[in-house]
Design a protein around this ligand. Structure first.
Ligand SMILES: CC(C)(COP(=O)(O)OP(=O)(O)OC[C@H]1O[C@@H](n2cnc3c(N)ncnc32)[C@H](O)[C@@H]1OP(=O)(O)O)[C@@H](O)C(=O)NCCC(=O)NCCS
Length: 203
């Protein structure tokens, strides 16, 4: 397996792949200062001719950057699922997706491409998760929730059953979402309310 991005997020993916007994042969990163992570060499910027038959995982937490890179990469994409995660046999996980330590995916749930299901996050039955979504550590999705592409659901948030969360939303950490959320919305709190982007310093 190859990784793209020598970040903290990559360390967690390396931990998953080590637990899967899967060898990692190199990590691409544009930063020439980065030399290795946990003895895995950082091999420089992306090259399509570097071990071209090796699958890759994009180890970058930002959903937009992950999507942009996925369109430029020629390698095929692998998946990483930590052995401590519990994935029902009827659940579907698509290429590029990572499932971290202690996560749970229940019956008939579907995870799209390049999704991050972070540490101890749970996706209950019949949920549908779009491409490039990040469900941060400790997120709880109740049954039959739909999450649109590129949405970030922040750490520890809870989404009540049968709701639709739009695409490109930001659900602030610790939110309790009790109504469906339109595309592009930023929400926070319990119960979660839509907030103007200007309310936040970093957005
Ligand atoms: C939503 C978020 C991006 C806002 O970050 P920020 O721009 O640094 O926020 P600010 O410090 O400018 O805070 C602006 C206001 O929102 C409030 N606020 C910030 N985060 C909040 C949250 N998660 N829930 C409720 N209120 C929050 C602040 O208290 C502040 O309120 P005030 O104006 O009354 O003082 C951030 O809190 C967040 O939840 N990020 C997701 C983190 C995550 O889980 N990432 C995945 C990591 S693996």
């Amino acid at each position: 397996m190859l990784l793209y991005g020598a970040s903290g997020h990559a360390k967690v993916i390396l931990s998953i792949l080590k637990a899967m007994n899967q060898e990692v042969t190199g990590i691409f990163d544009d930063d020439p200062e980065k030399k290795e992570i946990h003895s895995i060499p950082v091999v420089g910027s992306y090259r399509a001719d570097f071990l071209p038959n090796e699958p890759m995982i994009i180890a970058i937490g930002n959903n937009t950057i992950r999507r942009q890179l996925s369109g430029q990469i020629r390698h095929s994409f692998g998946t990483a699922v930590h052995p401590s995660a519990q994935i029902d046999t009827s659940a579907q996980i698509s290429e590029g997706t990572v499932v971290m330590h202690g996560a749970i995916v229940q019956a008939d749930a579907r995870l799209g491409r390049h999704v991050i299901l972070n540490t101890a996050a749970t996706v209950d039955h019949d949920c549908v998760i779009g491409d490039f979504v990040h469900l941060a550590p400790g997120v709880t999705l109740c049954g039959s929730v739909s999450v649109g592409a590129h949405t970030l659901i922040g750490a520890g948030s809870v989404i009540a059953p049968n709701l639709t969360i739009g695409s490109r939303c930001l659900i602030a950490s610790g939110s309790v979402v009790t109504t469906s959320i339109p595309d592009g919305a930023i929400v926070r709190g319990n119960p979660a309310r839509i907030i103007n982007r200007k309310s936040f310093r970093t957005l």
